[in-house]
Write a protein that binds this ligand. Structure first.
Ligand code: PAF
Length: 283
């Protein structure tokens, strides 16, 4: 497995592979890898001839300095897991390598509308940071395929929109959320939960799932959202939103089309997000 820290070295490796007709699948990550990431890597292996994984804790997408500082950095353990999965190259640049001009007054990539609601409204600048770094990484790695998890459902839609709007020659593959045995979506932030918070955390998925079921039975979306917020609060969360939306564009739910229930809630300083998809919103 090649461990690459510079842009010219990554580009040279990609060029060598492309010259002999090999296709590249890419998994961007911020490290602290868990089974959810390894599932994305497995999907990448099945989708192309060579797999590149990036590990970069992207400062541009953190709206809270404290969250950026606390983000777990476990490079050695991550590299061992990726080597075991048969990854071909890991791109792990320093901040100065990706952002030599600093974090401000640089060119940003931004998806308006979709990037400003839900997560975007609660975390100003977050999606601009995500799309900027993903666009840069796509230019450097030049993958034919890139794999993203459905846990970050809004991020997935935004990356797809960016790829369509900017004509990136990349196919975006989505993988379902990988969960702990009790349903909690796997996330690097879970390890910051204390044992009491960890017990409460499982309620997020349960409430979203039951909200989706109630919608299927014909419940009224706004009333279901309010009830879900109250249930999360009663469980010990500080809920930020529960939203029932159309799965295609996160607009209002449209009967007869796929929907999604999304939620974000805090337990102490840890912010959790999750979602449950609905095959068809009831007529
Ligand atoms: O989903 C993530 O881990 C990050 O948002 C990503 C896509 C690696 C960009 O930094």
């Amino acid at each position: 497995m090649h461990i690459v820290t510079t842009i010219p070295e990554m580009q040279a490796r990609v060029r060598l592979w492309k010259q002999v007709g090999l296709r590249i699948a890419f998994v961007p990550t911020m490290g602290n890898l868990h089974a959810g990431h390894l599932d994305l890597v497995q999907a990448a292996r099945e989708a192309a001839d060579r797999v590149v994984v990036s590990i970069f804790v992207n400062p541009l997408q953190f709206d809270e300095a404290e969250d950026f500082a606390a983000y777990p950095r476990t490079l050695e353990a991550d590299l061992a897991k990726l080597a075991e999965c048969g990854v071909d190259a890991v791109f792990t640049p320093a901040e100065e390598t990706l952002y030599p001009q600093g974090r401000q007054d640089i060119t940003f990539v931004e998806v308006p509308g979709l990037g400003e609601i839900l997560e975007g409204a609660h975390r100003p600048g977050h999606f601009r940071g995500v799309t900027t770094v993903v666009a840069k990484l796509f230019h450097i790695v030049q993958p034919e395929v890139a794999v993203f998890g459905e846990k970050d459902f809004q991020q997935l839609l935004i990356v797809r929109r960016m790829v369509a709007d900017l004509d990136f020659p990349v196919t975006i593959l989505a993988r379902p959320t990988v969960r702990e045995a009790d349903g909690l979506a796997m996330s690097s932030r879970n390890r910051r939960l204390d044992p009491g918070q960890r017990r409460i955390a499982t309620a997020l998925y349960r409430v979203l799932r039951e909200t989706a079921e109630a919608l299927r039975r014909g419940g009224e979306p706004a009333a279901l959202e309010r009830a879900a917020m109250a249930r999360l609060e009663a469980a010990g969360f500080r809920p930020e939103y529960v939203a029932i939306r159309a799965a295609a564009d996160l607009g209002p739910p449209r009967p007869g089309t796929p929907g999604v229930v999304l939620g974000a809630a805090r337990l102490g300083s840890v912010r959790l997000i999750d979602n449950v998809q609905i095959e068809t919103v009831t007529e």
